[in-house]
Design a protein around this ligand. Sequence first.
Ligand SMILES: O=C(O)c1ccccc1NCC(=O)[C@H](O)[C@H](O)COP(=O)(O)O
Length: 280
Amino acid sequence: MDGGRIPPAARLPLSTCPRFSRRSSPGSARTSPTGRQAATSLAELQRRAARAAPAIDAEELFRREDLSLIAEVKRRSPSKGDLAGIPDPAALAGAYAAGGATAISVLTERRRFGGSLDDLDTVRAAVDIPVLRKDFMVTDYQLWEARAHGADIVLLIVAALSDVDLGHLLRLAGELGMTALVEVHDEVETQRAVDAGALVVGVNARNLKTLEVFPDTFSRLAPLIPPGCVKVAESGITGPSDAAWYAGQGADAILVGEALVTGADPVLAVEELLRQQVAS
Ligand SMILES: O=C(O)c1ccccc1NCC(=O)[C@H](O)[C@H](O)COP(=O)(O)O
């Protein structure tokens, strides 16, 4: 395994968007991947990963339910700005789990999303369901880091990776026992995900360049995803009727952030998202 390899810089279209320029911000050096790599060697991460509890098989859980919910811990977003303070991510994750969420997504990117690896640690310790490290994952180091911090699922954004790097990171995620949520936005990316062997494909309705949400993206791309793959609908899901609509379009899971963190009662909100699709 080529543990220290660092693929070329991300090809994410976001890097061309002014909101996603790669300027450093106060404090970012301390928490950037390169800053962290200087503080904690890959070898040390690998030792920590070996000591971590084995990853939970999230893919299998997604296949078990009619509709699974991945509930997100999300403080801030490039499209909406500040969403919620979330002073106690453990309590929020516990509420999601109590409501019936299948997995928790934790944004660990600090500058644009207000997240951190501390949030991942806190959530990991609070729940016994799978935890997704949601970040712009482009290096082996980040995958080892995710596993060392107890993640069961990692996000691989096709738009950010070459075919070679996508295949490589997908294999590495599997070797580490983690499920890769391979995220696509259009037909070409969907084909690339399928060709790479993705088993869990996330269709993100949010255009990465304009940040607009186009809900029909899922119905357009889902037929291109082989029946054996788990299909996840991501972004812009505002309530039970959206959940029911995506379930009807063939989604095996939905990923919801904003609607949950801005609502009054996360347990009830999760229950309602899941109850609605059972009733439909
Ligand atoms: O949320 C954003 O503004 C955003 C912008 C650019 C890239 C990614 C972005 N979000 C990450 C996500 O995929 C969402 O947090 C996730 O799908 C949940 O979306 P939502 O329910 O709309 O909060």
